[in-house]
Write a protein that binds this ligand. Structure first.
Ligand SMILES: Nc1ncnc2c1ncn2[C@@H]1O[C@H](COP(=O)(O)OP(=O)(O)OP(=O)(O)O)[C@@H](O)[C@H]1O
Ligand SMILES: [Mg+2]
Length: 516
């Protein structure tokens, strides 16, 4: 990807400039050039010609070398700058370097020019790459920090929501169908469902969402969503799909993948109020070291790329730099929450993928997502088994939960369904309760994240003395410390927060088996 070089000569003698040009071309450099000799022409050329390199004489009529250097540095702090002069002395040469010149060459020893130019260009390239990497690192750190914040808030929020919706459902169950207070309670329930959806998005962004990944094929997902996509996009916008029939598989949570495609499609539609075209493409792509070096988030190897392109209004560099931040939106109040792309970002990163965005204002936009390709056959998503019988039981359950409100709620729910319930506030207390209890404990229902001792460590210890006991984890989020939990999640002994009383009763019964 050799870019075309532009060199600006600040030189009053056309002959001298010509000699220098010829030397450079003889040395194998290809470039376009421009020659200026006045302050005004120099300033204009820096802004419009945008040189990759400036070669300047040291003494020009009406302008001295240091003056030229100063003008250049005012407009472009980074462009390599080389003095070529017959008159520059050792001392002044050193002064010029201190003032920001890159190098200097004495006119009657022009032989050194080519190598000095090459070195200056190479160093400028390195500086630029360095600058870009630093920028990307800062961006990544910012996203990490915002993610931690969002994840933390969402975790506590989930507990509160489970309590709010849980008690509301209990109250509703006790309220007669014609009670005037009923619709108030239903409003509370609806609002808490809305809040739960919001927390799910925040968790997705912070990559702490509990997911159930399976091997799937993107083409299949796009095809299945076809009808819905068309309806969302509307009649003014044409939808084109170009799917590679030999597309490899990926490992991801199918509902999350659908959310990614949907969020991108909705954004594309919003960017084309006057109509246009959305193209959804899939392809197998091999990412090489060169690509990875340019894209900090990407990993080398076989990938499956999903590209969504639109012909809409595009975006400015400023918008692009905030794109994935939660709550960043350019849409008017009430139109967008700014969570669409942050959700996409979280999901893609959690799958080990990366995102590339190309867009200019007025030029449409292209979002390309690279998912790591996996071997293996497509799996079908496991549906949750519904049970019609009232999920009651009489077994003994140890409930471990640090949030008091939630503990009380779950306690009364389980009691109501006929279970004997023991309670503990954290892992350590749970072990003590287990030790002191002489009868069977059929099931432990435990939070994952708790002070002193978390759920997974507690379960490991408890199972040593009670190997037949089953464990049900409940959590609003997962983090690195609970990675081994993923195995449990896949086995199904996991209940994501917030959950409804029905969810809980059904899950408990599912684990304990049908009552005798
Ligand atoms: N295809 C696109 N073309 C132009 N701008 C886009 C495109 N996709 C996203 N953007 C810009 O990025 C911003 C953030 O997008 P994001 O999906 O995160 O939030 P939103 O669409 O504003 O709100 P939400 O998705 O929560 O309803 C948008 O407000 C818009 O400025
Ligand atoms: Mg959006």
């Amino acid at each position: 990807m050799e870019k075309h070089l532009r060199i600006l000569f600040v030189e009053d003698s056309p002959e001298d400039a010509e000699i220098e040009e010829r030397d450079l071309r003889k040395g194998g450099l290809e470039f376009t050039s421009k020659r200026v000799q006045s302050r005004e022409a120099l300033q204009a050329a820096l802004r419009e010609f945008k040189p990759d390199l400036v070669i300047s004489d040291y003494s020009l009529p009406g302008l001295d070398g240091m003056g030229v250097l100063q003008i250049v540095r005012e407009i472009d702090t980074l462009v390599p700058f080389i003095f070529v002069s017959g008159t520059i002395g050792e001392e002044r040469a050193i002064d010029s370097l201190k003032s920001g010149a890159t190098d200097y060459v004495v006119k009657d020893r022009l032989a050194g020019l080519v190598s000095k130019v090459r070195r200056a260009l190479r160093e400028a390239d390195d500086r630029q790459r360095q600058k870009r990497l630093e920028q990307e690192l800062r961006q990544a750190q910012k996203m990490e920090a915002v993610g931690r914040l969002a994840g933390g808030v969402a975790h506590d929020f989930n507990n509160l929501l489970t309590v709010i919706s849980g008690y509301t459902e209990l109250a509703l169950a006790r309220t007669a169908a014609n009670d005037p207070g009923r619709s108030d309670l239903e409003q509370v329930l609806r609002a808490s469902e809305g809040a739960a959806a919001l927390t799910r998005q925040l968790l997705a962004f912070s990559r702490r969402q509990v997911m159930t990944p399976i091997i799937l094929n993107l083409n299949q997902r796009v095809n299945e969503m076809g009808k819905m996509l068309r309806r969302i996009i509307g009649e003014d916008v044409e939808l084109v799909t170009r799917l590679d029939p030999g597309l490899g598989n990926i490992k991801a949570d199918p509902s999350q993948i659908e959310q990614v495609i949907m969020n991108l499609a909705v954004n594309a539609r919003d960017a084309m109020p006057g109509g246009g075209k959305v193209t959804i493409e899939s392809a197998n792509v091999m990412l090489d070291e060169a690509y990875v070096e340019e894209h900090r988030d990407a990993a080398p190897g076989a990938h499956v790329a999903l590209t969504v392109t639109d012909t809409g209004q595009g975006m400015s560099a400023e918008t692009r730099s905030h794109l994935f931040e939660p709550f960043f939106t350019t849409k008017e109040q009430g139109k967008g929450t700014g969570l669409g792309l942050s959700t996409v970002y979280g999901i893609v990163r959690q799958c080990g993928g990366s995102i590339e965005v190309l867009s200019e204002a007025g030029q449409g936009a292209m979002f390309r997502i690279y998912f790591p390709r996996v071997e293996g056959r497509v799996e079908s998503p496991g549906g949750t088994k519904m049970m019609s019988a009232p999920p009651k039981g009489s077994e003994t359950i140890l409930l471990v939960e640090d949030s008091e409100a939630l503990r009380n709620l779950v306690y009364s729910l389980l009691k109501k369904h006929g279970y004997t319930v023991l309670i503990a506030r954290d892992g350590e207390e749970a072990l003590k309760v287990s030790e002191e209890h002489t009868g069977t404990i059929h099931l432990v229902v435990t939070d994952v994240v708790m002070p002193r001792m978390g759920g997974t460590e507690m379960a490991r210890q408890l199972l040593r003395s009670r190997p037949a006991t089953r464990v049900l984890y409940t959590s609003g989020y997962i983090d690195n410390a609970t990675l081994d939990l993923e195995a449990e999640i896949l086995k199904g002994a996991f209940l994501p927060k917030p959950f409804t009383p029905q969810d809980l009763a059904r899950k408990v019964r599912e684990i304990l088996g049908t009552p005798a």
